[in-house]
Every structure is written in structure tokens, then in C-alpha cells.
Design a protein around this ligand. Structure first.
Ligand code: UDP
Length: 323
């Protein structure tokens, strides 16, 4: 297939782009490089630089003709979204609206969208199934939910074959591709930076109603997550919008992550207890039963230590990220 990967210079998008190239899909990456890195665009994929808010640019790109779009380009920091909701709605919602319109204009039949567990807010039931009512607690999650609903409407009205994948906590690296955010806010890269630089890491909240008082998350290897996109692309049906949660179904606390990172790195990582971070729910763990049953997806690297080990190897070989 000929596929467009928006945000394909970012962490998850670049891994998916490389997986598409590996199975001989003609792959075009669309990225404005505001967060992504040209060095993360895999060899064999073509980079087109531009922004989703530019309708004319989008019409031109989509007008080339594509069999499908994998849409990753978005702003994704919870705290930032609370402070600058307008920027998040404009980028994530208006940007996707422009993309959907350009796809419709050019007759592009398939879409796989990068959604998030943040749409569930503070879930009533854990592990979280796709039936859990969506109730985001921050603008980031709200923008992703708005896009999910927009996609459903386009599938119904215009026959789009669409899938939303709701990611839990993505971790690990894939060969030369790894996680390099600026600023970095995610736990695993921050714990590993603390290991590398012998600085302390902060534990945001030690008073959660969990087994060790710290927040519990479901970590999924970026390669496993990536493979789900290829399966979703094959399974998408015209006029249908399918939604799948993607995680391992196992919860690890912040302390579990720090302990695992100590074992992997062999370094004594100092952890300091700090106040909770605004908007962080106590526990997010996925049920991926639907993805397993309907997409035939199964994680190949479910062990937390493997994810941390791959992230550590990447960090050691890329001390300055993609610089
Ligand atoms: N966290 C932490 N210290 C850090 C960064 C994150 O204790 O320096 C916690 C955070 O509060 C959350 C968990 O680690 O409970 C995972 O955070 P991350 O930002 O990696 O992902 P999120 O679940 O927020 O998408």
C-alpha cells in the first residue's frame, strides 16, 4: 500500500514508519519537525515537511493519492494542555479536521489514529475495556476524544475505514529509533536519565490508594504497539470505526519502574518523593482482550525489564538524542 504517516518523525510514528518500510509499503512521512526529528525518519521513507493546519498544503500532499493514513501528529503533554487548551484544540482537533477533509477530497479510504488512555480519565473499572465511558480529565484527552468522535462521524457519513488505537504507556526503543522528547516528562526516560547522570528522580505522589502508594500504569513496548497499527490497517472496514485499547494488562507502580531500572542499569538510582502531578489518575491498566481477539494482536515484549533495557541501550548509544 502507499501510506502517509503524519508525525512519522516522532517516537511512535517513526517506529511504525520503519515497520511499514520493512514490509515494503510505500511510506511517506508528513511532519513539521516541531517535535519530531528528521533523523528519526527511517531510510526508505520519504519526508514531506509541513503542518496539518495548512489546508492547501494538505490538499497537495493527499492529492498524490494514498491507500491509507496513519495519524500520529499531535501535541501530547497533559500539563501543557491544561495551560494552553486553545493550542491543543487547534493542533489536535482542527489539524485532524483538515486532514480528514483532505482525505475525503482525495478519496483516501483508510485511517489509523493514535488515540490515548487519557480519554478514560479516572476509570470506574480496571482493567479498562473499550466500553468504559470516556470522561477525560484534561484538555489533551478531550482533544483526542473529540477526534475519535469526528472519525466515527466520517466513517458513518463517508464510508471511511477507520481504527483508533488507545495507547497506554509506551516504552522501549526499536533499533536506531528511541524516545527523545523536549522537554521529557515521561517516567522511564527520566529514570534512565537519572541513572546516567547520577541525579535523583522524583516520584510524583506516594499517597495514592495503591499497593505501594505510587501510581500504577500499563507499559507497552513501542514495537508491540507499532505492530498493532499494521494489523489495524489490514482489518479496517469501510464505514466502520473500531476502537482498541493497547496495553499489556499488567500494572506497574512508579516504584516498580525505579526498581526495574536499578536492576537493568546496575546503578543506584536515587528516588525522592514529591507531590502528585495534577491530573494523574491512580491507576490505568488496559484490557487488550478486544485487540487480541479481533486483530490477532499479542505483545511479544511484555516484560517491563525488556522495555527498560531497550530504552537504556538506545539512550547509551544516543546520549544527545537525535542531535
Ligand atoms: N512520574 C513520576 N516521576 C516522573 C515522571 C512521571 O513519578 O519524573 C509518574 C507520573 O506521575 C505517572 C507515571 O509516572 O504516575 C507515568 O507518567 P508518564 O508521564 O510516563 O506517563 P502518563 O501515565 O502520565 O501518560
Amino acid at each position: 500500500m502507499k501510506l502517509l504517516v503524519t508525525g512519522g518523525a516522532g517516537y511512535v510514528g517513526s517506529v511504525v514508519a520503519s515497520q511499514l518500510v520493512a514490509v515494503d509499503h510505500e511510506t511517506v512521512v508528513l511532519d513539521d519537525l516541531s517535535k519530531g526529528h528528521a533523523g528519526a525518519v527511517p531510510p526508505g521513507a520519504r519526508l514531506v515537511r509541513g503542518n496539518l493546519l495548512d489546508d492547501e498544503f494538505l490538499r497537495g500532499v493527499l492529492g498524490e493519492g494514498f491507500d491509507g493514513v496513519l495519524h500520529f501528529a499531535a501535541l501530547s503533554l497533559v500539563g501543557e494542555s491544561v495551560e494552553e487548551p486553545g493550542r491543543y484544540y487547534r493542533n489536535n482537533v482542527c489539524g485532524t479536521l483538515g486532514l480528514l477533509e483532505a482525505m475525503r477530497g482525495a478519496g483516501v479510504p483508510r485511517l489509523v489514529f493514535s488515540s490515548t488512555a487519557a480519554v478514560y480519565g479516572e476509570p470506574r473499572n480496571v482493567p479498562i475495556t473499550e466500553d468504559e465511558p470516556a470522561a477525560p480529565t484534561n484538555p489533551y484527552g478531550a482533544t483526542k476524544l473529540a477526534v475519535d468522535r469526528m472519525i466515527s462521524a466520517y466513517a458513518t457519513a463517508h464510508g471511511l475505514a477507520a481504527t483508533s488505537l488507545r495507547y497506554f504507556n509506551v516504552a522501549g526503543a526499536s533499533g536506531t529509533l528511541g524516545e527523545a522528547h523536549e522537554p521529557e516528562t515521561h517516567l522511564i526516560p527520566l529514570v534512565l536519565t537519572a541513572a546516567a547522570k547520577e541525579t535523583p528522580v522524583r516520584i510524583f505522589g506516594a499517597d495514592y490508594p495503591t499497593r505501594d502508594g505510587t501510581a500504577i500504569r500499563d507499559y507497552i513496548h513501542v514495537e508491540d504497539l507499532g505492530r498493532a497499527h499494521l494489523l489495524a490497517l489490514e482489518a479496517a472496514r469501510p464505514g466502520m470505526h473500531d476502537i482498541y485499547n493497547l496495553g499489556n494488562g499488567a500494572g506497574f507502580s512508579v516504584r516498580d519502574v525505579v526498581e526495574a531500572a536499578r536492576r537493568v542499569t546496575g546503578r543506584n538510582i536515587e528516588a525522592i518523593e514529591a507531590p502528585r502531578r495534577a491530573g494523574d489518575p491512580p491507576e490505568l491498566v488496559a484490557s487488550s482482550a478486544k485487540a487480541r481477539a479481533e486483530l490477532g494482536w499479542k505483545p511479544e515484549k511484555p516484560a517491563l525489564e525488556d522495555m527498560i533495557s531497550d530504552a537504556w541501550t538506545w539512550m547509551m548509544s544516543h546520549p544527545n538524542g537525535y542531535e
